[in-house]
Design a protein around this ligand. Sequence first.
Ligand code: 1GP
Length: 244
Amino acid sequence: MKMKSGSVYATLNKSRPGVFVLLDPDRTPINKIAQLTQSVCEQGVHGILIGTSLLVSPQFDAFVSTVKQSADKPVVLFPGGSHQISSQADAVFFLSLLSGRNAQFLIGEQVKAVFLIREYDLEVIPVGYILIEPGNYTAVEYISNTRPIPRTKPEIAVAHALAGEYLGMKYIYLEAGSGAEKPVPIDMVKEVKQTISIPLIVGGGIRTAKDARDIIQAGADYIVLGSIVEKSEDQFKEIMESIG
Ligand code: 1GP
């Protein structure tokens, strides 16, 4: 059953530090998604994000619906654009790509999505989304047509995060990008966490228990695991156990 609108953010906030798993409809075949969802929920994740940079799959709604039916945790859309809105989810991360200077992802896609979001009565969770240089060229950088913040400039990330808080965002999300060669630098996580007073999400390129622990110890309220969940169930379990 869908969660009551307004209850998702409060529910998530009870489990900090926590882990979100990102399920990408372009990477996970729909016939495997029910089993994968049940398995990650059993491992103790706190929420499931669904989204992708492009969306090639024509079965987005069915994908979200299957995840929702198989999950006992909040299911939250993490849309790469206004075409990734589904009535089947509990909530939507209403992302603004603050680190970019591309109006399409700062406000354009959001304007196109609002009427569907209202129609579907999705809980809206505003998120300041900040891309950090990952050491390689990622899909999110290409599709968003924006430049990430340099890894060696934590003060620029801090300024964007604080601007996001002042704009009324409920989360700041530091994102290296799915498949990032390197996760967000630890010092940057620390400096952003010390500056803002809203919860901090960190994702992209987290593949080992050490990565996960270091990022949480640096102050992340939530980490996001994507590729590793699909690539290695054992590695994913090891990460979950190590931050248990
Ligand atoms: C991407 O942060 C998420 O938005 C997950 O990244 O696939 O590299 O884990 P990975």
